[in-house]
Design a protein around this ligand. Structure first.
Ligand code: G
Ligand code: G
Ligand code: MN
Length: 274
């Protein structure tokens, strides 16, 4: 217990200055169409490198930042950096794709969130439908009324909303009907055992079918093998994310691996037209 507390204190003392010292950065992981393997978007994932602690994983510091309130400022950094990045890629490559950003339940309670997002879209001249915010069920359970208001406000400004990690929490079906989600992300826990668990196959199948009935986009997380890709494709899941398509990497690496290609394809196509 004492060790855990000491460790938490040590982390927190470094976390307090992390933003100011520019220790945060973003990695980007591709979201891929399962049939054509075309790039359809990227998820921004927060990274923290501290000179003393080294790399610290989000699982280790996000909950701390939520508890001490820093997550709001950190979240602003993530939103700003991700929107600036997608806007710059859009100008460079002229390739429409969406940027998915994780939003903590604490950020979601912040009444300034929608305004902050709207202002960034204006500042970086980004079409709102190129941004998608990922929330977890934790958001919905805290305060239904507030959650509905924020989700509807985001929809009004044209920003997409996804339900992340579906299947890990209460996975309440009523949430899917009650809230105006655009996308459902199937947690990678289901995908990991597709090849040896008939039960997980059935669950994945059911979730995909249900999402399609409700006209939601579905993204399967944690796709690591061709077999998993083929299974979800067969079941009608349009989109995948996982190591099979690409790991989370820094912006330059992402562009080199996933965007240079699309731009040369586009240029060839444009030359063909010319
Ligand atoms: O790559 P990975 O270890 O980044 O992510 C671990 C967890 O941290 C995931 O559940 C992911 O949703 C969460 N996470 C990653 N980046 C962010 C972020 O910018 N904000 C919030 N709130 N969570 C994030
Ligand atoms: O909770 P969320 O879905 O936002 O978090 C995404 C997390 O999943 C990140 O930690 C990311 O690094 C991780 N991830 C992405 N693709 C894969 C994968 O194919 N396999 C595994 N094991 N983890 C993955
Ligand atoms: Mn996510």
């Amino acid at each position: 217990m004492q060790l855990v507390l000491d460790e938490r204190c040590r982390l927190e003392s470094h976390l307090v200055d992390a933003l100011k010292n520019s220790e945060f950065s973003l990695h980007f992981q591709p979201l891929i169409a399962t049939d054509s393997r075309r790039l359809i978007g990227a998820e921004a994932l927060l990274r923290w490198f501290n000179p003393v602690l080294g790399h610290v994983r989000p699982d280790q510091f996000i909950s701390l930042a939520e508890r001490n309130g820093q997550i709001v400022d950190i979240g602003h950094f993530v939103l700003r950096t991700a929107i600036e990045q997608i806007s710059s890629w859009y100008r460079l490559y002229n390739y429409p794709m969406r940027m998915a950003v994780n939003i903590s339940p604490v950020q979601f309670r912040d009444t300034g969130l929608v305004r902050y997002v709207a202002d960034l879209l204006t500042e970086f001249e980004l079409p709102p439908n190129m941004l998608e915010l990922e929330i977890t069920e934790g958001v919905l359970m805290q305060d239904e009324y507030q959650a509905t208001r924020v989700i509807n406000a985001l929809k009004r400004i044209g920003v997409g909303v996804s339900l992340d990690d579906f299947g890990t929490g209460y996975a309440s079906l009523s949430y899917l009907q009650k809230y105006a989600f655009d996308t459902l992300k199937i947690d990678r826990g289901f995908i990991a055992h597709l090849d040896n668990s008939e039960q997980d196959r059935e669950l994945a199948r059911a979730i995909i079918a249900m999402a399609r009935k409700l006209n939601l986009n579905v993204i399967a997380e944690g796709i690591e093998t061709q077999e998993q890709n083929d299974f979800i494709l067969e079941e009608g899941c349009d989109c995948g994310q996982g190591y099979l398509y690409g790991r989370p990497v820094p912006a330059l690496e992402f562009a080199a691996a996933h965007l240079e290609g699309v731009s040369s394809v586009m240029n060839n196509a444009q030359m063909a037209i010319a």
